[in-house]
Write a protein of this length. Structure first.
Length: 102
């Protein structure tokens, strides 16, 4: 199981995460926020629509990558723990999450 696996995630609605994951996700979020700030400036400066759209596509891709990383961690920790505890309702939760990201 992954480092710092959650303990009763569903009941506490809190998930302890590894420092590595926190650093990586934080770095990626900061990068996406920087890109969004740059896009805002591009729009304010009337930059070419195609260039703005390309930057938006890059931000969307970055956010999807963050989501995939967090989903992997969720599956390796919370979901495994809940299934091992006999809570198969977590499968429905995971399926709902997959539908949101597909």
């Amino acid at each position: 199981m992954a480092e710092d696996a959650c303990v009763s995630c569903a009941h506490k609605k809190q998930t302890p995460r590894s420092e590595r994951l926190k650093r990586d996700v934080g770095r990626r979020i900061n990068r996406a926020m920087g890109q969004l700030s740059g896009i805002k400036v591009m729009v304010e400066e009337d930059r070419y629509c195609g260039d703005v759209l390309m930057q938006l596509a890059a931000v969307e891709s970055a956010v999807r990558a963050i989501s995939r990383e967090l989903m992997k961690d969720h599956l390796e920790t919370c979901v495994v723990e809940r299934i091992q505890a006999g809570d198969t309702e977590v499968v429905d939760e995971v399926m709902d999450l997959f539908r949101k990201f597909m």
